[in-house]
Design a protein around this ligand. Structure first.
Ligand code: GDP
Length: 296
């Protein structure tokens, strides 16, 4: 579907093998292709601009070793820089706090919050032996609360019983109490989302955060998010100070440029990726794999 960056740069640098250092002219043309590739991978324009400048600085004057072509050299520089910006190593969910350790899931409606809540709960309970309680705070959509309950039954993880008529803050309070009294290690709060960012959503999310005092606040974002990724990540980070990002639908067709946009905009680590609808389709984030994917 996409022409890989290596192929494009190969064409530009064709016949220039072994010329020593990369010249400014060579790099300029190559960077236009890098820019195009990143935009096609859905990286936000603002992030692309800053990124391309960083690559330019590293590329001009870079020695082309005899074993690679100039095109391969530029691809390597871009790849290394992508990995550097995306964050070098996988960062685990931090459970280092007094139980119940509270994890709050935030994000837009349809991003995969509820599914990811259950996937994380399954992973923590099955792989780390944690006693997990999940609670849905999505009072506007009873179907969402039911969805979490059904997933809980499916993965054998407890969910907070649904009580009609409570506000999200009341549910969060009840969840915290149940988490303490029930001897749970981890409490995961699945908050309501909207189809777009608005003040009401942000105010509600901030209020819940203040009350629940979560140890982790994970922003769930669809990998197919395009130019909106920067704004989305920045809005949530400014209002609720997220501790990490989960990118879902990495199994889809997209190239996952949103990862670069969100990481560059917030500096917060991408902790996990969703790679399917099944409950075990959750993986650690590996920067170099996403870098490869963005490069095509
Ligand atoms: P929420 O509104 O943010 O809670 O979103 P949901 O958790 O209900 O997810 C919306 C849809 O996306 C559901 O059909 C999920 O099965 C699906 N979904 C969630 N995560 C992934 C993923 O990583 N890959 C794929 N292919 N589908 C996903």
């Amino acid at each position: 579907m996409f022409e890989s960056l290596s192929d494009r740069l190969g064409k530009i640098f064709d016949g220039l093998r072994g010329r020593g250092a990369l010249s400014e002219a060579d790099v300029g043309e190559a960077l236009r292709e890098v820019r195009r590739a990143l935009l096609e991978a859905d990286v936000s324009l603002e992030v692309v601009r800053a990124f391309v400048e960083q690559v330019r600085e590293r590329a001009i004057g870079a020695e082309v070793t005899r074993s690679v072509t100039p095109g391969q050299q530029v691809v390597k520089i871009v790849h290394d820089e992508l990995v550097r910006v995306l964050g070098e190593a996988a960062v685990a969910i931090d459970l280092n706090a007094a139980p119940p350790v509270t994890i709050m899931m935030v994000g837009l409606q349809g991003s995969g919050k509820t599914t990811t809540t259950a996937k994380i709960a399954k992973r923590l309970s099955e792989k780390q032996g944690k006693k997990v309680l999940m609670a849905s705070l999505d009072t506007r959509r009873p179907a969402a609360m039911d969805q979490l309950r059904i997933l809980g039954e499916q993965i054998s993880v407890a969910t907070l019983p649904i009580v009609a008529g409570e506000t999200p803050v009341e549910i969060a309070r009840r969840a915290a109490r149940e988490g303490r009294l029930g001897g749970f290690d981890v409490l995961i709060l699945d908050t309501a989302g909207r189809t777009h960012i608005d003040e009401e959503l942000m105010a509600e999310t901030a209020e819940i955060k203040q009350l629940a005092d979560p140890h982790e606040v994970l922003l769930v974002v669809d990998a197919l998010t395009g130019q909106d990724a920067v704004n989305l990540a920045r809005s949530f980070d400014t209002r609720v100070d997220i501790t990490g990002i989960v990118m879902t639908r990495v199994d889809g067709d997209g190239r996952g440029g949103a990862a670069l946009s969100m990481r560059a905009a917030t500096g917060k680590p991408i902790k996990l990726i969703g790679v399917g609808e099944r409950m075990d389709a959750l993986e650690d984030f590996h920067p170099s794999r996403i870098a490869d994917r963005i490069l095509g």
